[in-house]
Design a protein around this ligand. Structure first.
Ligand code: PEP
Ligand code: MN
Length: 332
């Protein structure tokens, strides 16, 4: 919302009035003559009523520009996938290995995960690896393993479509189609994933702004996705003590200002299993609808991302602790 002031307005007083209504206000423009001031407003709690703001002495006009991502703006904070509400009253856990390693492996893991209250089985069949010599995933075969494991355990599947060619296969198997960080601005992929008509878990590009992320969400919705859930997984920082810089400000902004469902991935965010619990707690307090956590029965033997995998035997206490941290505030 943009509030434009009259030429003779007392800008300081108007600013105080706006702030007094609990609005977050930022000055965006002053005219060449120095007399016109515009404020942009984002409401943290209730959306502000433009008619009420227009009555403030000194205000010339209140306009609500059309958002650049209208479908995302209209979606709302809850997306239901396979009967599970993401952004509802309970936190949603998406857990599993980084890579799906074998059918037996994922079958056994799913049985344990389901008992811990994990609703989504995560795992990569097609892996985006920095090195072409690193394990690339078991591909199509792994999709079938995941589906059977999830069905046997009564779970849902979230898995990544790495390229346009994978979309039909992934969309057939997955309840929630993941777009990975490296692909957040692969527009051909976003269109193809949208056309599959499924809900999408859209990971944030590691060097993407929040606006670019929201626009990527608009791509999938405008091409037919049934919903979009944003996933913060860390952005590139300057310090390599952690693998990425988990941007919890972005989580709070998406949840509390844009009112969108956000899942946080503290595994890729930190790259170290010892930080998954504290970062998970912080993410839930910031407004995350749930967490994506990598786990493995024997992290030392994992085919990818072993250092960040929580040992499967330790996941239960971690999830119980995190359940208590879920923000209890009303979602609507
Ligand atoms: C993943 O979740 O398997 C993954 C590769 O994550 P990201 O795209 O966030 O690196
Ligand atoms: Mn991984």
């Amino acid at each position: 919302m943009i509030v434009s002031l009259k030429h003779d307005a007392d800008a300081g007083r108007v600013l105080n009035e706006l702030a007094g209504r609990g609005l977050w206000v930022s000055r965006v423009e002053r005219s060449a003559s120095g007399s016109t001031v515009h404020y942009v407003i984002a409401s943290h709690s209730q959306p502000a009523d433009p008619a009420d703001l227009a009555r403030i002495d000194g205000v010339a006009e209140v306009t609500t520009p059309k958002p650049a991502h209208p479908l995302v703006a209209a979606q709302g904070p809850v997306v239901t996938v396979g009967g599970v509400k993401i952004g509802g009253a309970s936190p949603v856990w998406m857990c599993g290995p980084c890579s799906v390693e074998s059918e037996g492996h994922v079958l056994e893991m799913a049985q344990v995960l389901a008992k811990l209250g994990v609703t989504f089985l995560r795992g990569g069949a097609f892996k985006p690896r920095t090195s072409p010599y690193a394990f690339q995933g078991h591909g199509d075969a792994a999709l079938g393993w995941m589906r059977r494991a999830a069905d046997a355990a009564g779970m849902l599947v979230v898995t990544e479509a790495l390229g346009e060619g994978h979309v039909p296969f992934v969309a057939e198997v997955a309840d929630l189609v993941q777009v990975g960080s490296r692909n957040m601005q692969n527009f051909a992929l976003l269109k193809a994933v949208g056309r599959a008509g499924k809900p999408v878990l859209l990971k944030r590009g590691m060097a993407s702004t929040i606006e670019e992320w929201l626009l990527a969400g608009e791509y999938v919705l405008s091409h037919g996705a049934s919903g979009v859930i944003f996933c913060e997984r860390g952005i590139r920082g300057f310090d390599d003590s952690t693998r990425n810089l988990l941007d919890l400000g972005a989580v709070a902004l998406l949840r509390h200002v844009h009112r969108l469902p956000v899942i946080v991935d503290p595994s890729h965010g930190a790259g170290r299993r010892d930080l998954v619990l504290p970062l998970g707690r912080a993410a839930l307090s910031a407004g995350a609808a749930g967490l994506m956590i990598e786990t493995h029965p024997d992290p030392g033997a994992a085919l990818s991302d072993g250092p960040q995998a929580v040992p499967l035997a330790q996941l239960g206490p971690v999830l119980s602790d995190l359940g208590g941290a879920y923000a209890k505030e009303a979602v609507q």
